[in-house]
Design a protein. Structure first.
Length: 89
């Protein structure tokens, strides 16, 4: 399926990996969004982002993380304006 989370142009938000930044459109989109610019991502970079572990992993570690069902991406989106809200009570 051609969902944004499988596209080379989509990078997940650091805190919420169901939303991410589309490099092609230069906007935030949900992971299940689709568009005409879709191109299947290939995990062919030296460092890959694991959204489960919240860290970069080497190309050698990709298969190990895949076997555990981890979600892997080419990069991660860090929103400078993001403020985590904490509610009491």
């Amino acid at each position: 399926m051609k969902r944004c989370c499988s596209c080379r142009s989509w990078i997940p938000h650091f805190h919420h990996d169901f939303i991410g930044f589309c490099v092609e459109k230069e906007e935030l989109v949900f992971e299940d969004h689709t568009c005409a610019s879709f191109e299947l991502k290939k995990l062919d970079k030296e460092l890959i982002w694991c959204s489960v572990c919240k860290c970069e992993i080497s190309a050698e570690e990709v298969e190990h993380h895949k076997s555990k069902g981890h979600r892997l991406f080419l990069a991660v989106f860090l929103d400078k304006e993001y403020r985590e809200e904490i509610y009491e009570g």
